[in-house]
Ligand binder design. Structure first.
Ligand code: CTP
Length: 220
């Protein structure tokens, strides 16, 4: 099913600069997005892997790695690839906010307290979701600590996604900095629970689940 398809994947964190030496970021490693890119390329898909700062590398003739730093850069790269892509997978942990006015020189330590004004970043998945065609398929991720299913269903609707891969930080071995993950896949009419597995095996489960849902949509 993926052979010859074009896929856009976002992966890793974004870094939002405060000044030339500091940033606001998060613990995402990019492992899940990279594992999905590898599996999809092995199945013959041409993948644009738009990756925030990560130590991971991936060399495959069908994978184009596009390194970015900030959410704005990730969005710009996505816009270049989204229209031609058949499948969008938003696995990046995009920073929700960025410093309003990043300093052009290093901020010096003067006062006892220091306040940073943050402004909202673009929601990449939601913005692209508004332009999604009926023949395109979009997958989002949700990392939640409370009311997991309700929040994941909310993201399906809000971002016009076809499925959400839910991670609960309450599950031991799931989420950031683990080689394993425990996911629940939330689709408009089903919820699928999976056991704790290695991230490469989780990637394979996600792809099987995409195949099943996409095939159903194509029949409609
Ligand atoms: N996402 C995105 N752009 C953003 C924020 C999130 O593309 N600025 C994508 C993520 O890659 C993920 C999905 O949206 O696939 C859900 O991300 P999450 O951070 O859980 O959702 P938010 O909408 O930011 O909601 P909140 O942080 O309030 O739970």
């Amino acid at each position: 099913m993926f052979n010859g398809k074009k896929v856009l994947i976002t992966a890793g964190p974004t870094y939002e600069p405060l000044d030339p030496v500091r940033f606001i970021g998060n613990h995402s490693t990019g492992k899940m997005g990279f594992a999905l890119a590898r599996c999809l390329a092995q199945e013959g898909a041409a993948v644009s892997l738009i990756a925030g700062p990560t130590s991971l590398t991936l060399s495959h003739p069908l994978v184009q790695v596009m390194p970015v730093m900030t959410a704005d850069e990730m969005f710009a790269a996505c816009q270049r690839k989204s229209e031609e892509a058949d499948l969008w997978i938003f696995a990046a942990a995009v920073a929700d906010y960025k410093p309003k006015d990043p300093a052009t020189s290093k901020i010096k330590k003067n006062d006892d307290s220091f306040t940073i004004e943050l402004v909202k970043n673009v929601d990449i998945a939601a913005t692209l979701g508004k332009q999604k065609r009926a023949n395109q398929f979009a997958v989002g991720f949700a990392l939640e600590t409370d009311q997991e299913l309700e929040n994941a269903r909310g993201k399906l609707l809000k971002k016009n996604l076809d499925m959400v891969v839910l991670n609960s930080l309450r599950d031991p071995g799931a989420g950031f900095r683990h080689d394993t993950n425990k996911i629940t896949i939330v689709k408009p009419s089903t919820v699928e629970e999976y056991a704790l597995k290695a991230k490469d095996e989780v990637a394979q489960d996600i792809l099987e689940s995409i195949k099943a849902e996409w095939a159903c949509l194509q029949k409609k």
